[in-house]
Design a protein around this ligand. Structure first.
Ligand code: NAD
Length: 498
């Protein structure tokens, strides 16, 4: 008699429960016309069944056990290999079209789960996935000479273990999948616990469609209930040769200590300098656009501005004209008392109150003890260079603006506030020498002149998009090539035909 696999039974039961369970979003029917998921009814009490996972096994990519997930992802990687570049291209197309088609439902779901950021931008971050490069990015390099020809090709690693931030759970997941699968890999995510249900929702939808259209399940896997222990298991698993981390300093440190190669898109504290040659109205507009985006959750988002004294007052007026609302010194200090705990130890940064990260300006204004007009996108205030709002990566729609006597001081203070993260810096200026000086001094991965932060990610500036900017380990704005091994194929003497 044929024996039944208990894991398979568990997977089927969990899937049925997940489909029947309260608050479970409907699975998209097809990439071309996916159904929008409904919002979770109780985001504060996520159930594993509702997320579509549980037990140690899993189906359609949602697993309780990271080791089982790694095995399933490895099997999927081997099957993808057989389908060649065309198979990868199909998967990339499926992920991009599902991400766009579900942007409203998934954006709302993620906002309901994480309770940070803004709905319009949560949706937009999913729609812009079309700017993430896919298989077209991978072109081999060739050498040809008297000794023959040599080809260098970009080969996959296998299963990549990827860590997601709570600030952009589905966008980072989807952008990572496009890059990593385009390069021929499978992916296993350990998402942030606060965004794990959103990650599971997208993973399930992607796998259902990939299985239907390409015949592979579990090419994209996620841990249903991620913990530090599941992160450790993922790091130790021999089927996972590479880690890709998007997050803050704690996880970057942990990944780099894991003994595995880690590509780390780490923290930032993007700084802005405005000099006396800048177009102040345009600069203010760009600063408001970038700092207000998703309530300042972007890792590239403008976090502190240093303005030359000669144009300081006029720039502050322009920020008001651009729709931001100024806090006075007393309101600022009331807000700061709620937003930060004092730094622990010399040289430490103030500790951000996570309860206020990514909250609406109205919520911050209440803590500041002041009222603001409905629809206000951003608060701003004059601060000193040492203020917690300047020194901490605060991720709130409250922009500190520091008055500085001259350009050298502005760059020196900006550099101090960036803390050597080498993430992003922005200059508003028409002075080319200033641009060169600041670019060299800051030494950041992204350096933007005369635009909002998002211009550095191909949105209003030339270039392409990724939600993972490998700052700490230096790979830069990630692409499919980032997630490859270079392999060399050499033909001696022959095949040079010219
Ligand atoms: P976070 O560091 O709190 O969490 C990120 C991920 O790491 C989560 O999955 C979390 O569960 C995990 N984690 C945290 N500490 C860990 C540890 N010690 N060991 C193992 N795993 C751990 O960050 P967040 O609040 O989710 O996201 C915001 C941070 O991410 C900011 O610092 C931001 O700048 C950064 N970020 C960087 C980029 C980039 O491209 N460079 C993009 C987005 C976000």
């Amino acid at each position: 008699m044929k024996t039944l696999d208990p894991e398979a039974i568990r997977g089927v039961v969990e899937e049925v429960l997940a489909r029947l369970g309260p608050g479970k979003p409907a699975a998209p029917a097809a990439p071309a016309a996916p159904a929008a998921p409904s919002a979770p009814s109780a985001p504060s009490a996520p159930s594993v069944a509702a997320a579509g996972g549980g037990g140690s096994g899993g189906r359609h990519g949602v697993f309780g056990c990271p080791d089982r997930a790694a095995e399933a992802a490895h099997e999927a990687f081997l099957r993808l290999k057989k389908l060649g570049v065309d198979g990868r291209r199909k998967v990339v197309d499926i992920v991009k079209s599902l991400c766009v088609a579900n942007s409203e439902g998934w954006g709302k779901y993620e906002l309901d789960e994480t309770r940070i950021g803004r709905l319009d931008h949560k949706i937009e971050k999913l729609q812009i996935i079309r700017h993430v490069p896919g298989v077209e990015w991978l072109r081999p390099d060739a050498l040809s000479g008297d000794a023959g020809i040599t080809l260098e090709e970009y080969a996959p690693f296998g299963v990549i273990g990827a860590i997601l931030p709570v600030t952009h759970s589905i966008p980072t997941l989807s952008g990572n999948v496009v890059n990593m699968v385009a390069a021929g890999n499978a992916v296993l995510f350990n998402p942030h616990p606060g965004g794990a249900r959103s990650a599971a929702l997208a993973v399930r939808a992607y796998n259902e469609a990939i299985e239907r259209e390409v015949g592979i399940d579990n090419l994209v896997c996620t841990v249903a209930e991620p913990t530090l222990e599941s992160f450790g298991q993922l790091c130790r698993n021999p089927l996972v040769p590479l880690l890709a981390v998007t997050g803050g300093p704690g996880v970057v440190k942990a990944a780099m200590q894991s003994g595995k190669r880690a590509i780390c898109a780490g923290p930032g504290n993007p700084v802005v300098v405005v000099d006396e040659t800048a177009n102040l109205a345009k600069a203010a507009k760009h600063v408001v656009q970038g700092a207000a985006y998703d309530n300042n959750l972007l890792c590239v988002g403008e976090k502190a501005v240093f303005v030359l004294a000669a144009v300081f007052d006029r720039f502050m007026d322009e920020l008001g004209q651009a729709g931001a609302v100024r806090l006075d010194a007393r309101a600022l200090e009331r807000l700061a008392a709620a937003a930060f705990a004092p730094a622990k130890g010399e040289g430490a940064h103030p500790v951000v109150n996570r309860e206020l990260i990514g909250k609406d300006p109205g919520v911050l204004a209440r803590h500041a003890g002041t009222g603001i007009p409905a629809g206000t996108q951003l608060l701003f205030a004059e601060t000193g260079a040492d203020h917690a709002f300047v020194q901490a990566e605060q991720m709130m729609p409250m922009l500190p603006v520091v008055r500085v006597p001259d350009f050298e001081t502005a760059v020196r203070e900006a550099r101090r506030a960036e803390h050597g993260f080498r993430h992003s810096a922005i200059l508003h200026s028409m002075n080319v020498e200033h641009m060169t000086f600041m670019g060299r001094e800051m030494d950041t991965t992204i350096f933007i002149k005369n635009g909002p932060c998002v211009a550095g990610l191909g949105l209003g500036g030339e270039g392409y998009l990724s939600y993972s900017i490998a700052t700490t380990t230096g790979e830069g704005v990630t692409t499919p090539k980032t997630f490859t091994r270079i392999r060399r194929c050499v033909m001696v003497e022959n095949l040079r035909i010219v």
